[in-house]
Unconditional design. Structure first.
Length: 496
């Protein structure tokens, strides 16, 4: 059982109204239902768009695409995915320093909707550039703050936390299930821009639903934990303008190119993570217990990055695999490539409740977080080895074969991802609560960008070395983390 206090004063979560009795949502605080819904719609738009993005980039103009080289297109998708999670830093900073988590979430969702509109109505690379930048910035704010708001619903020692995050994760995957199905159908029959337009409609629905229920959130979510002094705002605004100008100049000078995007995001994510850890650990405003807990996050961060570098290849290598290696014939009708992205959410919807019930039933006897992280990373590596058992040749892999592989993906995901979101809120120092969530998402940014870089090494004609060695790295990383469970738990200082 975790401690009720992580410092000399109670955390805001420890006084949350979620601990009171009353109407519940599957045994969880009722306010979780609103966050469940808005994240469902946001993920509908996000995954619906992402399900058709890669093929839009590398399909020829005759097929409605942009005709970009396949490897470069995969790198763009990986870099974009990494940028989404990298942007959680900005979203967390806005919440903690300027306007609070609740207002940041609403503003970020609006930016996401504008990005989908740009993809739908602006043709060519201009629409891709504007749309993906807006979606990445907005999604970063949504991700960091939605997770932080869920954490605010629970006391620090509430054993429902992991179960609540698993249910929240189910909402994410309901949207992720339906989004690729509907956008894929529209793309197949009406073209890519119709699919992108449906994603914009989904995000608009999410905004409307959130606007109705946002007043039910705890009062603390409107508070700015560490307000930026008015005297410092001009300097930050000037720095933002300067940074934007530098990016524009580097693009015009062809330093930032499509071919280099994934490498750039990898380096930026890595440097940002090191800097973030250093800033938090050096802060004079955290206690000794809080500092030890931040150190405990370091090996979890590394394992998470390895995990996501494999898992996020659903949108790079697995998409190419579905397009070129999978037999997509269903009773004489060829299903859209994007439908493969809906297989994993089906498993999540079925299994998230099972995992939530399992952790709740086990209570204090459930595996510790380092063990869950290690198992998740190890199982993810095993999933890549299962690819080696599939038939070779174009369009030769049966749909059930790929569905089985994605089932292993899902088990690994449920061992690590919702648990990681919960861990970030439990280990966070009070002054860095939202920013610790952003730090966890930085591991996802690093892993996602690496997935795009790794995808450039994938060759459908000779795929065995790729699946063998990439899987081996994850298996070894997971095993090492499990072996180091005891010292990591000591640093966690009572957090399970």
């Amino acid at each position: 059982m975790t401690e009720q206090r992580i410092s000399d004063r109670e955390t805001p979560a420890s006084t949350s109204p979620a601990t009171s009795t009353g109407r519940t949502f599957f045994g969880q605080p009722w306010t979780l239902a609103n966050l469940f819904g808005v994240e469902m719609w946001e993920r509908f738009s996000f995954y619906g768009m992402q399900g058709i993005l890669l093929i839009y980039l590398y399909y020829s103009a005759a097929r409605g695409g942009l005709g970009i080289d396949e490897g470069v297109a995969a790198g763009i998708v990986g870099a974009y995915g990494g940028a989404v999670y990298l942007a959680t830093i900005l979203g967390a900073w806005f919440a903690d320093r300027l306007i609070g988590a609740e207002r940041t979430l609403f503003a970020s969702a609006t930016v996401v909707m504008l990005g989908h509109i740009a993809l739908a109505v602006v043709p060519g690379l201009a629409g891709v550039g504007v749309g993906l930048v807006l979606i990445a910035l907005g999604s970063g704010g949504v991700k960091a703050n939605a997770t932080s708001l869920v954490g605010s619903l629970y006391a620090a020692d509430d054993e429902r936390r992991d179960a609540g995050f698993s249910l929240f994760y189910m909402g994410i995957n309901l949207g992720a299930l339906v989004g690729p199905l509907l956008t894929g159908l529209l793309q197949k029959d009406w073209g890519f821009h119709a699919g992108f337009g449906l994603a914009a409609v989904g995000m608009a629905a999410g905004l409307a639903q959130y606007a109705v229920g946002r007043r039910g959130l705890p009062a603390e979510t409107h508070r700015v934990p560490d307000p930026l002094p008015a005297s410092g705002r001009a300097a930050y605004a000037g720095g933002a303008v300067l940074a934007a100008a530098v990016v524009v100049v580097l693009c015009l000078a062809h330093v930032i190119t499509a071919e280099r995007l994934s490498d750039i995001v990898i380096w930026v994510s890595g440097v940002a993570a090191v800097a973030y850890f250093a800033v938090i650990l050096a802060s004079r405003h955290i206690t000794g217990v809080e500092r030890r807990r931040v150190w405990a996050m370091v090996p979890m961060f590394v394992a998470s990055a390895v995990f996501w570098s494999l898992y996020q290849q659903q949108f790079t290598v697995v998409t190419i695999y579905a397009d070129q290696r999978l037999d997509r014939n269903l009773f004489g009708w060829e299903m859209p490539v994007s439908w493969v992205q809906s297989i994993n959410p089906v498993y999540i919807i079925v299994l998230a409740g099972v995992f939530a019930a399992l952790w709740t039933k086990l209570g204090e006897r459930q595996p510790s977080t380092p063990v869950k992280f290690g198992l998740g990373t190890l199982v993810m590596g095993l999933a890549f080895w299962v690819f080696l058992a599939m038939p070779t040749g174009p369009h030769s892999v049966p749909l059930l074969g790929l569905a089985g592989i994605l089932l292993v993906f899902t088990v690994a995901e449920l061992l690590l991802s919702p648990v990681g979101l919960s861990l970030a809120t439990k280990l966070a120092p009070e002054r860095f609560r939202t920013q610790m969530v952003a730090l966890f998402f930085l591991s996802v940014a690093l892993g996602t960008a690496m997935s795009g870089r790794l995808a450039s090494a994938y060759d459908p004609a000779n795929e065995e070395p790729f699946f063998l060695w990439v899987g081996l790295v994850a298996v070894v990383a997971g095993g090492v983390l499990i072996a180091c469970t005891r010292p990591i738990r000591a640093l966690m200082s009572g957090v399970h």
